[in-house]
Design a protein around this ligand. Structure first.
Ligand SMILES: [Zn+2]
Length: 258
């Protein structure tokens, strides 16, 4: 099954046996809050908003997984339950406030509860990702996110952010490809960057091992429908293929047929 999916300890894995060396990750794929957390005390609007997840990002990541014949790991719970792009000791791993929303169910969490959620959600995700990377020869790690067009009342003009930490190789190559694309406003380390703590996955799983890596952020109004998510996936997949070629590598994926 070329597009087989399975859930394993709160991690959704797609194309486990994919042929390419690319490993795709979507840490904010889901807005799901398991019943036991009683909606974290949030109203429905907040539970469905970008504070709970990255709307559209999973659709883009699934499309890229198909285009590039790449394995994809997704989280299955809201980042308000546990943000898998944050280490357990970060306050915003289980935030009690996100943008303008207070998260009642996260206020005053005990160390025991923080440790329990870490064990339930963060550790299985980190372990599954480590395993995926170990299974590949010269893996390339790509994380896929979306951001809100208006943050704290201020519109954001950037459409696609290409983010990196200390290893700039793949981000530079992608930005070089994107600079030839006049139809999108693409920026480096925008709308935020490593100083905001957003490169945890890259720093933990790629940089210490010398794996090529990049984080992609797409403004969520551009990927509001499955069709637009697929179009964005195709664009980003082409950029990645060309960027990897410029670094002397291939994505080794099947041709994009969707
Ligand atoms: Zn995100």
């Amino acid at each position: 099954m070329p597009n087989a999916q399975r859930d394993q300890n709160n991690v959704k894995i797609t194309r486990d046996a994919a042929g390419s060396s690319l490993v795709l990750v979507c840490e904010h794929a889901s807005s799901h809050i398991p019943k036991e957390f009683k909606d974290l005390g949030l109203v429905p609007d907040a539970r469905q908003s970008h504070v709970a997840w990255d709307p559209g990002a999973a659709g883009v990541a699934q499309g890229m997984s198909s285009c590039l014949d790449a394995v994809l790991l997704e989280t299955t719970v809201s980042r308000l339950v546990y943000d898998c792009n944050r280490p357990p000791n970060a306050p915003d791993a289980m935030p009690d406030k996100s943008e303008m929303h207070v998260v009642p169910g996260n206020i005053g969490l005990s160390e025991t509860e923080r440790a329990r959620r870490t064990k339930l959600f963060y550790e299985p995700f980190a372990m599954a990702l480590r395993q995926c990377l170990t299974d590949k020869t010269s893996p390339v790690l790509i994380t896929i996110h979306s951001f809100t067009p208006i943050y704290n009342g201020t519109p954001r003009e950037v459409e696609i952010g290409v983010l990196h930490d200390s290893d700039v190789r793949l981000a530079d190559a992608m930005l070089s490809v994107a600079s030839e694309c006049v139809s999108a406003k693409v920026e480096r380390n925008a709308p935020y960057g490593p100083s905001d703590g957003v490169t945890h996955t890259l720093r933990t799983h790629a940089i210490p091992y010398g794996h090529l890596n990049v984080m992609i952020e797409v403004r969520n109004d551009l990927i509001s429908t499955p069709k637009r998510q697929m179009e964005m996936a195709e664009t980003l997949s082409v950029w990645l293929r060309v960027a990897l070629q410029s670094l002397g590598l291939t994505a080794e994926g099947a041709p994009c047929t969707v």
